[in-house]
Design a protein around this ligand. Structure first.
Ligand SMILES: Nc1ncnc2c1ncn2[C@@H]1O[C@H](COP(=O)(O)OP(=O)(O)O)[C@@H](O)[C@H]1O
Ligand SMILES: [Mg+2]
Length: 337
């Protein structure tokens, strides 16, 4: 197949050869690994890197006439809020693309909108309140401390630190104001759900392959520190090492817990319009309840990272995993009007 791999780059002026040169030099980027897997699977592949000019995308696709776009875009104009817009543009132009549609990318990014939909479908989500800048501050009585305050529209634990967890209204208001000022967007305060932190990957559409759940272990955080995936706990290797924070396959999940995880996450996957692949971030409480913290319609699919490793454990080596996504996207589109 002719497949264009579309991604965001800081080098929109580069052409095909420049990107491959960087890949050959050992630079690790999901889009290069995906493109390489597609190439080795026998496809005719074109790398289309974009940054802030839609015309680059439109022109390069028009010239190549791909049968499928492999969408690796996580932002536009350097802003992750426009992740959905690239998918929307592809859809408006009539290009078939892999992964979730613009609707899912838009809704899942909004931590309030997505929870409202999940609740409608009978899924447990934390109680929450949204605070917009310029409105009078008042915590609804139904939303109880301790709370975790997050930017409404970010991902990758941007804006999440130990100070995100608050236990009284004064610190809540302070943290909400901090989010308004630093991230220029509304803040969401959610009840803090204590429990195991699990990430559950799925591949599929009508029938979903659930990947082995991954767990984040919080190691040696002190008694006063909250067991949450802060930005540092996710990305600061030195901090992770110091506190013995690690992620690995979740062990000791009883069959009935696995069944509950499956039902909850599959329902959430479909409720939020995810397609082809995605990951659910959940909390499993001490009494076996599953709370969905968020859905990720566009998770990292780099070689050697969590999602790909879980796929491999489920029997899909990287090349097969990428090919499965191609097949899913293609057959899904065959059924579309
Ligand atoms: N309501 C909550 N209860 C407990 N922990 C939470 C809650 N919300 C977020 N967290 C912690 O913060 C992390 C990041 O929050 P999340 O909503 O997944 O944002 P992101 O999109 O940045 O990943 C979660 O993985 C979890 O550890
Ligand atoms: Mg998350």
């Amino acid at each position: 197949m002719r497949i264009a791999v579309v991604f965001d780059t800081i080098h929109p002026e580069w052409d095909e050869a420049d990107f491959w040169r960087e890949f050959d030099a050992g630079v690790e980027e999901a889009e290069y690994e995906v493109a390489d897997a597609l190439r080795r699977n026998g496809h005719d592949v074109r790398l289309v890197g974009i940054r802030d000019d839609i015309r680059v995308l439109v022109d390069r696709l028009a010239a190549f006439e791909p049968e499928l776009v492999f969408n690796c875009c996580e932002s536009f104009r350097g802003n992750a809020h426009y992740e959905y817009a690239v998918a929307a543009l592809l859809e408006a132009h009539g290009y078939r693309h892999t992964g979730s549609p613009a609707t899912a990318l838009l809704v899942a990014r909004n931590k309030s909108m997505s929870k409202k939909i999940l609740r409608f479908h009978g899924i447990r989500v934390p109680e929450f309140a949204v605070f917009h800048a310029g409105e009078q501050f008042l915590r609804p009585s139904a939303v109880r401390h301790p709370l975790i305050v997050k930017p409404l529209l970010e991902d990758a634990s941007v804006g999440i630190a130990q100070a995100s967890v608050v236990t009284d209204d004064t610190s809540l208001e302070e943290r909400v104001r901090f989010i308004h000022e630093k991230y220029n967007q509304a803040a969401i305060a959610e009840e803090l759900i204590e429990g195991r932190e699990l990430y559950v990957g799925f591949i599929g559409n009508d029938e979903l392959l659930m990947l082995p759940p991954i767990e984040m272990h919080f190691g040696r955080l002190s008694k006063t520190e909250r067991r949450i995936a802060t930005w540092k706990a996710k990305w600061d290797m030195e901090y992770r090492e110091r506190h013995k924070i690690r992620t690995g396959f979740a062990r000791r999940l009883a069959p009935e817990i696995l069944a509950r995880l499956r039902w909850t996450c599959e329902t959430a996957y479909h409720a939020l319009w995810l397609e082809d692949y995605g990951r659910m971030d959940v909390r499993l409480t001490h009494d076996g309840e599953v709370y969905v913290i968020e859905a990720n319609p566009n998770p990292f699919i780099s070689y050697g990272h969590e999602f790909a490793n879980a796929a491999e454990k489920a029997g899909l080596k990287y090349r097969d995993f990428i090919e499965r996504i191609v097949q899913l996207a293609t057959t899904r589109h065959e059924h579309e009007p």
